[in-house]
Write a protein that binds this ligand. Structure first.
Ligand code: F3S
Length: 390
């Protein structure tokens, strides 16, 4: 792999340990993916922010690389949700020792110069560069959205490789950065009696597609995806299983095709949903957008939840919802906002002390079952609001 003289010097440690590690990661990633060189990027999105996922080892590593005042992120860098609501962790039952470690992680990232995004839908809160721009996004749901909906170019970065890209402003020029690799390798042929609708419909399709295609997915039989909620649910579910980093709508007669009909839909739904109902409601995996909060506030206005309901969104989106009056309506319904946190990778779900939850997220269903050991009812957003609030 070709490196410039400056990159070679950084790799040899001439510009400090943090850059040496970052270039070692990029060179290793590049060699594995047959990259011929590194290219500059405009935006890094870093995951590995929750103490629940990165633990003591991750915290130590971040503290080490952020120790020097000279080590800063070279480009605009957003970060994924962390593992608790930074303002309200105490009242939400998060243990003090966990909170202390979570705050240390945040402090390390802040020293490196992050935008205080704490979101898995960074495209909602920051200006998106023009199509074709190279970025390096970790968080599979965001990376798939970037490639498939926004027309940006990114590989599905790991927490470590996205961090290396943030420190260097570069990524390996391979895979989905190259136009020739952005074509479907296999098609999912959607042959349902009724058009797909809502987060659950698109989430179930994404989960099926992610399981059956490793590479760019062709989606036949889906004319368009009208709502951002449906698009982000599809992307999140694709990213939950398998390694695909992109989908394309349309039909290519030369491609192998896998049918997604009523039977496949029902089987995939049954795989995700192992309960008819839940003791608590969880919304916001991926975190809710301002449009979703608006629709939620209209649907819930004047009603009250009959069970615990937690709603995950970023602080930025929450502040906007406050200014527009949506947050007030939602809070009056008895729902609790959890800001800047990941719906699945937080001790909060365990601290709810329930054996089952109800959610509209296929990705959430997958992870809450595995991470928190709860049963999950996967239901459409409207159905949840109709049955869980009055
Ligand atoms: Fe976002 Fe966490 Fe779900 S990062 S997509 S809320 S698993």
């Amino acid at each position: 792999m070709y490196l410039t003289q400056r990159e070679e010097r950084a790799l040899a440690g001439e510009y400090g340990e943090a850059l040496e590690i970052a270039y070692r990661v990029l060179v290793a990633t590049g060699r594995l993916s047959n990259a011929k060189e590194l290219i500059p990027i405009k935006w890094a999105h870093v995951s590995g922010v929750s103490y629940l996922t990165i633990g003591e080892y991750g915290l130590d590593f971040l503290r080490k690389i952020s120790r020097s005042k000279e080590t800063k992120f070279k480009i605009f860098t957003t970060v994924n949700p962390c593992g608790m609501d930074v303002e309200n962790w105490d009242s939400l039952g998060i243990p003090a020792e966990y909170a202390e470690n979570q705050l240390k992680i945040i402090s390390s990232y802040q020293k490196l110069g992050i935008a205080n995004s704490f979101t898995c839908v960074p495209f909602q809160s920051y200006p998106v560069p023009r199509k074709g721009t190279h970025v390096a996004w970790a968080e599979s749901s965001a990376a798939i959205y970037a490639n498939s909906i926004l027309g940006l170019r990114t590989n599905r970065e790991s927490a470590v490789s996205a961090l290396a890209s943030a420190l260097t402003g570069k990524t390996a020029y391979s895979d989905l950065h190259l136009a020739r690799n952005r074509k479907p390798v296999k098609e999912i042929s959607v042959v349902l009696k009724h058009p797909l609708r809502g987060s659950v419909g698109f989430g179930v399709l994404g989960y099926f597609a992610g399981k059956h295609v490793n590479g760019v997915i062709g989606l036949r039989g889906v004319r368009s995806i009208k709502h951002m909620a449906e698009a982000k649910s599809l992307c999140a579910a694709i990213g939950t299983v398998g390694s695909s980093g992109m989908f394309v709508l349309g039909h290519d007669p030369g491609l192998e095709s896998v049918e997604f009909g009523e039977r496949e839909y029902e089987e995939t739904l049954a795989d995700l949903s192992d309960s008819e109902t839940g003791e608590a409601v969880v919304f916001g995996c991926p975190q809710m957008t301002i449009e979703e909060l608006y629709e939620f506030s209209v649907a819930i206005d004047g009603k009250h939840f009959k069970k615990k309901c937690v709603v995950f969104c970023s602080s930025k989106v929450y502040s906007l919802a406050m200014r527009r009056g949506y947050a007030d309506v939602i809070e009056r319904s008895g729902a609790t906002f959890v800001r800047d946190s990941c719906a699945d990778f937080t001790p909060l779900i365990s601290s709810l002390k329930v054996g089952s939850v109800i959610t509209d997220s296929a990705k959430g269903a997958h992870y809450m079952k595995r991470v928190h050991g709860v049963k999950v009812a996967l239901k459409d957003t409207k159905e949840i609001l109709a049955t869980c609030a009055a």
